[in-house]
Design a protein around this ligand. Structure first.
Ligand SMILES: [Zn+2]
Length: 401
């Protein structure tokens, strides 16, 4: 049985971190060589080991994107060693769209399949799914639905230490493939680390039937990598944080791809949808490689989380992130007009009015954004926005008039 995810460990930052050690060397020498009688060779090895940071990457093993791919699910489960039991986490609507079909497909292969219907991504729902997992002891949890169901399935399976498979029914954000989950009711209004899906099965035949607004929102989440990667780079330069060029390049490539092909991304276009899905999955993998959401979530995401607090139940995550990216790109003095143009071509909102929020809420969200996640260093730490400068920023980028 192969239940393990692809895991890669990289020893990084040896030389960067060794510079922090000299003040501790005399103490270590006294403790290890003089007191514990460790020989000098072992002492040197210990010093090097102390400076190493093990960087763990957890990657999906099977990724399938395309038309009529859902029937492949039972074969994928079998390949991964899940032949006996599964718990399907789905929503009231997504159950009829894909949940029921997934249950039937797995049941036909003699698997013991149970379903759990969740309505929202709250901690209450996560705990309820955890209880179900404890009770049924399934081999794997499948999240079938939009972001909400996938996030609940992802976090509950992580907390119970079992594998998770992602079966998205929309292409609204990169959570369909990432190791992070956005759950309401946690202490902070942003995503938490969970686990990356062991497999992703994205059936374009199902996703194309969802409201196009979701796919346009996915484009918003994708262009946001133009500023999130900048923020990550900034944190590396100013705060000496870990920065991985490979993960950064992968995230940026997705943003560039959506910019180049924005005209293809239209309602009913399978080619456009495939492109968005593949780019979102690449972003999820970039986060898995980085071991954090940093390549894909920077100041523009802080703005979105802040707007969630100012205007709860407002708009879709990717829609807000897209608008945030326009403003953060202006602060970085990068091509914010080009980003706006991409969003417009893809049919995503670019103004407060299109988002359906008050101009005042945009300004408030901008001012509060830097307080949402103080440990995440972004452009908002260097360009502190007060009410007047936030209003000016929203106006100059035409987010408000
Ligand atoms: Zn996002």
């Amino acid at each position: 049985m192969t239940r393990e995810k692809s895991e890669v460990y990289i020893i990084s930052d040896v030389f960067k971190n060794i510079s922090k050690l000299p003040p501790l060397l005399p103490i270590l020498y006294f403790l290890l060589v003089r007191t514990l009688k460790l020989n000098m060779e072992l002492f040197i090895i210990s010093v090097i080991a102390l400076t190493m940071q093990l960087h763990r990457m957890q990657l999906p093993r099977e990724v399938v994107v395309g038309n009529e791919t859902l029937p492949l699910l039972s074969e994928i489960c079998k390949k991964l060693g899940f032949c006996e039991s599964a718990l399907v986490v789905t929503g009231p609507d997504t159950q009829s769209i894909a949940g029921r079909r997934v249950i039937d497909l797995l049941s036909d292969k003699e698997m013991d399949v149970d379903a759990f219907v969740v309505k929202s991504s709250t901690m209450w729902e996560v705990r309820a799914v955890e209880e179900k997992i404890k009770d049924l002891k399934p081999q794997v949890v499948l999240g079938v639905g939009g972001g909400t169901k996938i996030d609940v399935a992802k976090l509950s399976s992580t907390r119970q230490g079992i594998a998770f498979i992602s079966v998205p029914t929309t292409a609204s954000h990169d959570g369909i493939a990432s190791p992070v989950a956005a759950i309401k009711g946690l202490k902070k209004p942003y995503s938490v680390m969970a686990q990356s899906p062991m497999a992703i099965v994205a059936d374009t035949d199902i996703i194309i039937r969802s409201d196009y607004r979701f796919t346009a929102s996915g484009c918003g989440d994708l262009v946001s990598k133009f500023t999130s990667v900048r923020d990550w780079e900034l944190a590396y330069k100013v705060k000496n944080e870990y920065y991985g060029e490979y993960a950064a390049s992968l995230a940026l490539m997705s943003a560039r791809l959506v910019t180049k092909n924005a005209d293809v991304i239209t309602p009913g276009s399978e080619e456009g949808l495939r492109l968005v899905l593949e780019a979102l999955i690449s972003c999820g993998v970039a986060m898995s490689i980085a071991g954090s959401s940093k390549p894909c979530s920077g100041s523009e995401h802080l703005f979105s989380h802040s707007l969630d607090l100012v205007e709860p139940n407002g708009c879709l995550h990717g829609e807000q992130c897209g608008v945030g990216t326009i403003m953060m790109a202006y602060l970085y003095d990068i091509d914010w007009k080009g980003i706006k143009d991409t969003l417009q071509r893809a049919g995503a909102p670019t103004t407060a009015e299109e988002l359906g929020v008050e101009p005042e809420s945009i300004v408030k969200a901008l001012v509060q954004a830097c307080t949402i996640r103080p440990e995440r260093y972004t452009i908002l730490n260097t360009k502190k926005l007060d009410y007047a400068s936030a209003k000016k920023l929203a106006k100059v980028t035409s987010v408000i008039s």
